[in-house]
Design a binder for this molecule. Structure first.
Ligand code: BYC
Length: 321
């Protein structure tokens, strides 16, 4: 029986069709999907913090409205992704508790501080730009609910990237002090943005298996290179210098060469030793605790809604049964 199911799974992957929640799948596929989707969801939720800190300090009403909308989108992305993880049998509360206990990862990039308003622009330009590069191919990922969630997420990320670039173009056309802020933010976020794509291919334990299963469509290094090639002309138009003396066009490869990434830094940040890891997780823990009454109220409301006016259950089963 398992043989037939496994053959069906293999054939689905081979023909580039989607695996759906009720399909049989190997445990390792399920666990890999839960790991990646949970890490992605956690990144969206923790990713609200570095920019969220600027909402009350936005320089104008327009900038505040834009930033609020962006941060709200990130909460929405986290919710779609937790829902996608639930279709695999994961439990959202359990995933959150693992994050808070440091047993599940989230993207390294959100462990760096946001020091000026130019950081909001640079996060949109570089961090969301890297996210788009990484996530557009995930719209063709083999797991149906994840791939479908990614279509909407990518559309919104594209708006985020443009709002960041527009903010930077505005600052670049401003005063010398504003241009210096843009350059400083670029200097601080360039290398961490390249690290978002993960370790180099020869040190990436999951890539081969995830590519064979159609979860990932490109390797970490391929996507990193694509991001560099896309970003250099944007930096030129903006008038900022990317902080890499080895960055230059290679006519033979038809791509940009770039300098060596500090992989020790990425390892340290992933292990929890980046500049803001402790602060980010602590803030998430506090928010989770402070939100307990909302979850309790929602569960009580769901129980009540499941009962008719005369106390009979309207839908057989459901919450509180
Ligand atoms: N940071 O074998 P590898 C966003 C982990 S949200 C931390 O290459 P894989 C946004 C990796 O998980 C951005 N950990 O792994 C939100 C693995 O851990 P395990 C998030 C990292 O999965 C708000 C180990 O290192 N995007 O854009 O094949 C505002 C070995 O790596 C990192 C996603 O999550 C890292 N940078 O490839 C603005 C996209 N890199 O096995 C923007 C979906 C690696 O010990 N995820 N690790 O548990 C992916 O595409 C892939 O999971 C990755 C890693 C490319 C990230």
């Amino acid at each position: 029986m398992t043989d037939t199911l496994e053959q069906h799974f293999d054939a689905t992957i081979e023909h580039d069709r989607r695996i759906e929640p009720r399909d049989w799948m190997p445990d390792a596929y399920r666990n890999t999907m839960i790991r990646q989707i949970a890490q992605h969801a956690h990144s969206e939720i923790i990713g609200m913090q570095p920019e969220g800190t600027w909402i009350t300090r936005a320089p104008s009403l327009r900038r505040k409205a834009i930033l609020l909308a962006k941060v709200q989108d990130e909460a929405g992305h986290g919710m779609y992704l937790y829902s996608a993880a639930e279709t695999l049998g994961a439990d959202r509360t359990d995933l959150t508790e693992r994050l808070i206990a440091g047993r599940q990862k989230y993207s390294s990039i959100f462990n760096y501080p946001t020091l000026t308003y130019a950081d909001v622009g640079v996060i949109g330009w570089l961090v969301d730009g890297a996210a788009i590069c990484n996530q557009v191919p995930l719209c063709r990922s083999s797991y149906g609910p994840y791939a479908r969630a990614m279509v909407r997420i990518c559309k919104e990320e594209s708006f985020h990237q443009r709002q960041g670039y527009e903010l930077l173009l505005t600052m670049a056309a401003g005063t010398d002090a504003q241009r210096a802020m843009v350059q400083d933010a670029t200097n601080r976020f360039w290398w961490p943005s390249l690290m978002m794509f993960g370790p180099p291919d020869d040190a990436s334990p999951n890539t081969e298996r995830s590519m064979a299963w159609g979860i990932k469509r490109h390797t970490n290094d391929e996507l990193r290179q694509r991001f560099v090639d896309m970003t250099v002309p944007q930096a030129e138009k903006l008038g900022v210098t990317l902080p890499d003396p080895d960055l230059r066009w290679n006519p033979e490869r038809g791509r940009y060469d770039f300098g060596t990434i500090d992989w020790d830094e990425l390892t340290a940040v992933i292990k929890g030793n980046g500049p803001c890891n402790a602060q980010r997780v602590e803030r998430r823990r506090q928010a989770h605790e402070e939100g307990a009454w909302v979850r309790e109220a929602a569960a009580a409301h769901a129980r009540k809604a499941a009962l008719g006016a005369d106390g009979d259950r309207v839908h057989g089963g459901g919450a509180g049964s």
